[in-house]
Structure formats: C-alpha cells, structure tokens
Design a protein. Structure first.
Length: 519
C-alpha cells in the first residue's frame, strides 16, 4: 500500500483541497476559500464537502479509469489488440503478468480509500450548527460506499490486499500493513454498506447528482454485486429487487423507441443509470482513457473487438439476419481495411441505417470527446437485472431467470415478433441457463469493465478455470496456448502485487501464483 508518512499525507491532502477541481461537473468544483492547513481545516460542512469531492475527483483521473478497463476487460474474450508499443498492456493481454508491470500498481485505488478514511475520521469532529446529524450521516455514507467500491475492485483484482480504515493522522501510525483475507475484507464491506444504505440519500434533486453521487440505489447495486461474487444468491436477489422495485427514485430501462444507445452512452445519466463517473469538457486530460483505448471516431483506439465476437452467429444471433442492435451500436458491422472490427460503444454518438443495394449499412455520428466526453458507467439497471438472473439460475429458478434475460434481449431486438423470445425449452438445464445469462451479460455490458469478473465468478463456482479458458482462447489467432497454461491455476486469475508495493511494505507477501512460478 502506497503510504509514505503522516506528514506527506497531510501535505497531499492540503494541496488537493486547496486547488480548484477542474473536473467533471459543477458539483465537483467545490473548494474552500483562502489558504488553510489541515489542522485548521475541518471547521464546517463545506470543509467536509470539499474533501468528499476529492474522493470523487480521484476516481475521474485518466489512469484510474484506464485501470478499470484493463482490469475488467483486457484479459477477457471481449478485447483484441490493434497496435500498441506499451509492453505492459501487451503482457496483460498475453497473460504474461509480472510484478514489474506498471498497471499492477494499486496506488490510485488506495488514494481514494485514504481520502475516504480522512472524511470518515474528521467529519464527525466538525462543530457546525448547520451540519446536522442527518447531513453528517449522508456524507459518511458516500465515503463508506466509495471506499467499499475501491476495496471490492482490489479484492477481485489482487485477491488479498491490505485493509486499512484508519485515517493518516499520527506520526506514530504504522504504515506497513499486511494483507487481509478476502472474506475479512468483504465481511467488513457488507457491514459498512448496510450502515451506508440506512444513512444515504435517496435523491439529490437533479439527475446529474443522482447518477454521479452515491445514492441508496448505488449502495444496493454494490451490495448485490458483492453478494453475487460471494455466492450469496438470496441476498443478491433481495438487493436487486430493492433497486428494480424502487418507487422512491424509480429506474426505467430505456425503451427501443427512445434510442437506448444514444440515451445511455452519448447523452449520459439515463433513466436506467445508477452510478457513473462524471466527465465534462472542463479538463480534457481526464477523459483520455476511453478515446485512447476505444477510439474517438476520428481514430480507432488500441483495443478492437475480436473476430469471433463479430462473426460467430451464436453470439449476436442471426435468425436469419442480424437483429440485435447492440451488435450494430457497439461494434462496426463491417471489417476495416486491416481486417479489424472497431469499437463504437462510448465512441459513437448515434447510428443510422440505410440500404445500399441488398445490404443494410450503418452510418455513425461521433461524439466530440473534447467537448462532450463519455461518462464511465459503474452500475445501470440492466446490469442489476442480469445479476438477479444469474442468482436465480444458481438457485435453479430458471423460468424467472429467462424472463429477465428476455427483457434485455427483446429490448435490443425490437424488430423481432413477440413470439420470438428465447424459449425455456432451449435452456431447460441449470448449465444451459447459466451460459445464456453469461452470454446476455456479455452482449449487454460488453466493454463496460464487467466481463473478466463475470468469467472469474464462473471459475470460482466451478472450482477450476476450464470454462474461463475456453472462452478467453477464442480471441487468440494462434490458439493462445501459452495463455492457457498460465490460466490453469486459479491463483493465476489475480494480478501480482507490484514490486514497488513489495519494496515499500515489508509485510506484504507476493500472491501465490507469482511466487510458485518464480515470477
């Protein structure tokens, strides 16, 4: 864990709360007036709000979002490489992970965690007549949730990590912390989130704030995700239903006639959005991750869609022609001159179709990423619905699981007749329904940082990596034999702890796979 000493932390905190947050939205542009030091800082509600905004602000840094994409997509079967000179990215793609890989650094996540810990320590000490207990609890709920979200990423990526909840307030504090087990960390996250759910706001009074800040439904979404990861299926269903059936601040799937792609990914903060990282044109250095990786319309990114994903009729089904708008909205319909399929999700503004001879061709318009950058979506309603479908499937409740899948599937196949829904007779076993839900999550959430974690859940349930390997290898033209050999070991699904972190913290122990293989 990247923590040097208390004085450095105080200086870093002071600097961050004093500089303007040239960020993503006006609600993030909150700074205290005048020059202060940390010991004089926590006097009123605005001080708490400013530091809380630092927590959010740290999650819209370019490197942070890049790691979300790398961690959630690159090792999966969703991405291929077009061209890059970045050896660290090449190594992740080829499952050649080393402790020296720069993207195995976890400091971005611990930065957020440290800021959250600071809010949770100092906020209750603020003596401000206008800062009520209810307001305090709401802000603490946000800090608890952002901290939990970052720990959940760390646990899924690294397995065991240092679990720190103390703010850096004493020079006597020991900053060398050993790893905690996954169960210990997740038990604590569940406890924190249940408290946060009780304290959090339902609504902030505007769509941007409701989607860009932690609400009760954002907390419920994170809880449902953690419960699914831990195979707590009843709890996952309960918390999914709290979101799906919410009447206080209801969420609605964007209907086909409302242009789901444009509403969700271009216009942003849609009716089905639960929590997304907010980007605006106020700081163009913060929104390069998506354009670097996926493209910006003028130029493709370094990642492309694998050939199998685009041409296998069993993925985006041809019955007898391609009807799934997600295939057309998210990926180019035809191969480029260099035989690659470019990603359009997050990149395009909208898509129109026209007929050329006997062919139906898509015409894309593109966002201007410097004036209207994409938000990065953490949770949206269709994700939660399909979490519930996965949990129902594991409980053997196949019919209600299929009903959910059909909801997202038919939304994306509006030209089909109502009788063309997916049939239970074709998915009558738990295994076949599990595969269908996994496939529908891939179709719906592709390129959103979800796929690798979906595959990991499959492997964790199976107790082996066979199915994960079968799916991942489909993207390798050479069969991916070397990648296969490194993914056989369950411990190989996790990232190594970076050498920098091991050198800085003598109590850390390298993850088992990278110790046993001499990495």
């Amino acid at each position: 864990m990247k923590v040097k000493n208390n004085n450095l932390i105080k200086i870093l905190v002071a600097i961050l709360v004093l500089i303007p947050f040239s960020s993503c939205s006006d609600w993030l542009d909150i700074t205290p007036s005048g020059k202060v030091v940390v010991t004089e800082y926590w006097k009123n509600e605005s001080d708490v709000e400013a530091m809380l905004m630092t927590c959010y602000r740290s999650m819209v840094e370019d490197d942070y979002v890049k790691q979300l994409i790398l961690f959630g997509e690159l090792r999966s079967d969703n991405l291929s490489l077009r061209a890059t000179t970045d050896e660290s990215i090449l190594d992740i793609y080829n499952v050649n992970l080393l402790p020296t890989n720069g993207y195995s650094r976890w400091d971005r996540f611990y930065d957020v965690i440290n800021f959250c810990n600071t809010v949770l320590y100092y906020a209750p000490q603020v003596k401000d007549a206008n800062f009520s207990t209810k307001k305090l609890q709401a802000k603490m709920a946000e800090a608890l949730t952002l901290r939990a979200l970052n720990y959940f990423y760390l646990v899924r990526v690294f397995g065991e990590v240092p679990y720190v909840t103390d703010a850096s307030v004493s020079d006597l504090q020991d900053y060398e912390v050993p790893k905690s087990s996954e169960n210990v960390i997740l038990d604590n996250l569940e406890k924190d989130l249940l408290q946060a759910e009780d304290w959090a706001l339902i609504s902030y009074g505007s769509e941007v704030l409701n989607k860009g800040r932690v609400t009760k439904n954002a907390i419920r979404a994170l809880l449902a995700d953690i419960y699914l990861w831990r195979s707590k299926y009843n709890e996952c269903i309960t918390y999914s239903d709290k979101i799906i059936n919410d009447t206080d601040n209801p969420l609605l799937l964007v209907e086909p006639e409302e242009q789901p792609y444009r509403s969700i990914f271009y216009e942003k903060n849609s009716s089905e959005s639960i929590f997304e990282l907010q980007f605006s044109a106020s700081n163009t250095t913060l929104n390069k991750a998506i354009s670097d990786y996926y493209g910006d319309g003028l130029f493709p990114g370094i990642f492309v869609a694998p050939k199998y994903l685009c041409e296998d009729p069993n993925v985006f089904t041809n019955i007898p022609k391609l009807t799934d708008t997600r295939r057309k909205d998210y990926i180019t319909e035809v191969k480029s001159t260099d035989n690659l399929y470019f990603i359009k999700k997050y990149v395009a503004a909208s898509r129109m179709e026209y007929t050329s001879g006997t062919n139906v061709v898509s015409l894309y318009s593109y966002r201007n990423s410097s004036t209207w950058p994409a938000n990065w979506i953490i949770y949206r309603l269709s994700d939660i619905m399909l979490m519930k479908a996965e949990a129902l499937t594991q409980k053997g409740e196949l019919s209600p699981a299929l009903k959910i899948v059909n909801t997202t599937y038919m939304r994306s196949n509006p030209s089909l007749n109502p009788t063309d829904t997916l049939k239970l007779t074709d998915y009558s076993t738990k295994k076949s329904m599990e595969e269908l839900v996994l496939l529908e999550r891939q179709r719906e959430l592709i390129f959103e940082g979800k796929r690798w974690f979906d595959l990991m859940r499959i492997a964790r349930r199976d107790g082996n990596t066979n199915r994960l390997i079968d799916k991942v290898l489909t993207k390798f033209a050479d069969g991916g034999g070397e990648a296969s050999s490194k993914l056989i070991d369950m411990n190989g699904l996790y990232f190594p702890i970076n050498k920098y972190e091991l050198d800085a913290n003598t109590k850390l122990i390298q993850n088992p796979f990278y110790t046993s293989t001499g990495k």
